[in-house]
Write a protein that binds this ligand. Structure first.
Ligand SMILES: [Zn+2]
Length: 195
């Protein structure tokens, strides 16, 4: 059996990918409409009064990133409306945070967790640096290939988040660094043709 063969659709990995890439404009439209829909609820990260994000992120990024607190983070209807059955798992995911362009959504339950904001801000840097079209395309491909937890974008965000958590916990080896540069360098290495 081919890797990633989906017995329900009979698709191999290549046609799964083609089907997803075809829907990217639709997904981006949904994202833009969602950002617009929550526009008036969006606040700056600074308004949360977190103490440690600024040890890693620039004032510019913290000032320009927007946060929306919601009971349930909105996710694109990838399978239910767009027919991308291979991404049903992502649609069903019980996420506490999700990032779209310069805006991220966090659940009410976790909205005071500085570490979650740190994680979503890594995604803001990824969106910015790759640009929306490239980010969406590469994120979708990595989801198909490696699943949510195995996605390079999630691994990168979790890895930095763990270092931030160690810093919050007072670990002497955890020293602040310029996370934006670190993420950009990793993206450059992963996607040399895109950036
Ligand atoms: Zn993430």
């Amino acid at each position: 059996m081919e890797q990633n063969f989906n017995p329900d659709t009979g698709d191999d990995a290549e046609s799964q990918e083609a089907r997803v890439l075809e829907k990217l404009p639709l997904i981006e439209q949904w994202i833009d409409a969602t950002i617009e829909q929550y526009h008036e609820q969006a606040v700056s990260v600074e308004s949360f009064g977190f103490k440690h994000l600024k040890d890693f992120y620039s004032d510019d990024l913290l000032h320009n990133s927007k946060v929306v607190v919601v009971d349930e983070v909105p996710k694109p209807p990838l399978a239910s409306e767009f027919g991308l059955v291979d991404l049903q798992g992502f649609e069903d995911l019980n996420a506490q945070g999700i990032t779209y362009k310069d805006t991220y959504f966090v659940s009410t339950l976790e909205s005071k967790a500085e570490s979650l904001h740190f994680h979503e801000l890594v995604h803001i840097v990824q969106w910015q640096y790759l640009n929306a079209e490239n980010f969406l395309g590469e994120y979708a491909k990595s989801l198909l290939r490696d699943g949510y937890s195995g996605s390079v974008f999630e691994i990168m965000a979790r890895k930095h988040q763990e270092r931030f958590n160690a810093y919050l916990a007072g670990d002497n080896d955890a020293i602040p660094y310029n996370i934006e540069i670190a993420v950009q360098d990793e993206l450059k290495e992963l996607f040399p043709d895109l950036v």
